[in-house]
Design a protein around this ligand. Structure first.
Ligand code: 2YJ
Length: 269
């Protein structure tokens, strides 16, 4: 799985408003509406009054990513939470958050990014929430996915979850992966089709959920395509960006869904 980097996270703080604008423009939903839609909820279903959240820097593995915890807390604040970063890291930081009355504690190592709800004793997971957020964004931008052909690029964690969600939502899903067998395994498990020709699959789809790190050349993207693209690194050329509506940010969409799912564990009205 791709790990975020200092460079990818550096721009997040400054782009919170533009991500919200981009979501409104392309999907008709702002961050809050998209996050709730991804969870099958409405903003009015969750009360965030006095909701305390903390992001705890985690030093294990490859260590702390500059501004990661700060950016997570900023995203939670944009949703109306009282969110901050703990002074301490790791287990001491977790204890600090709980002692300060945290309802949700965000923390990520190199494998898992979780938003643990202290009251409910359960957590929101970034892979599920990223898949749900980008699926909701694609659905919003496409005006619904039922009966529509959607290509899922990448049969990893996020792609697999998103593909399953879209099949259950009535979309005709085709899965492609550089490891053809992985795409075939996923497709047969969820009732989708698999393609062994990625270029052909891209050029024959108007709706794409790109959960892969692949660079998609603009020359094979259809004019007017909608690409909901959690994949990191995010590399589209000028031609691709001019032909397609591309929905992407490195942290905001997935984290927003996590924040709202975690809150829903204890604050559903
Ligand atoms: O606290 C920190 O600053 C770091 N330990 C954050 C690490 C962030 N982790 C990742 O980027 C991993 N790829 C996990 C994200 C899960 C994606 N579904």
């Amino acid at each position: 799985m791709t790990r975020l980097t200092d460079d990818l996270v550096r721009g997040v703080s400054g782009s919170l408003d533009s991500v919200d604008d981009m979501l409104r423009r392309t999907t008709g939903m702002g961050r809050m509406e998209m996050a709730c839609d991804a969870l099958g909820l409405s903003p009015g279903d969750i009360s965030l009054e006095g909701f305390k959240a903390f992001a705890v820097p985690i030093t294990s593995g490859l260590g702390v990513i500059k501004r990661f915890s700060e950016s997570v807390a900023e995203i939670a604040r944009k949703l109306g939470m009282d969110a901050s970063v703990t002074e301490s890291s790791d287990v001491t930081g977790f204890a600090e958050a709980v002692n300060a009355g945290a309802e949700t504690v965000f923390m990520a190592d190199d494998t898992t990014f979780a938003a643990y709800n202290v009251k409910a004793g359960t957590y929101a997971n970034n892979s599920f929430c990223t898949a749900a957020g980008y699926t909701s964004a694609l659905k919003g931008a496409a005006g619904g996915l039922e009966g529509r052909k959607v290509l899922v690029l990448g049969a990893g964690r996020v792609g697999s979850i998103a593909a399953g969600m879209m099949v259950r939502g009535g979309a005709a899903v085709c899965v492609a992966d550089i490891e053809t067998e992985r795409a075939e395994r996923l497709a047969s498990a969820i009732g989708a089709k698999a393609s062994d020709d990625i270029r052909k699959a891209i050029s024959s789809h108007d709706l794409i959920l790109n959960a892969s790190p692949a660079r998609i050349p603009g020359s094979i993207i259809r004019e007017g395509a909608i690409i909901s693209s959690p994949g990191i690194p995010h590399t589209f050329d000028a031609e691709g960006l001019s032909k397609a509506t591309v929905i992407h940010d490195p942290l905001d969409i997935g984290t927003s869904v996590m924040a709202m799912q975690s809150a829903s564990f204890s604050r559903l009205k």
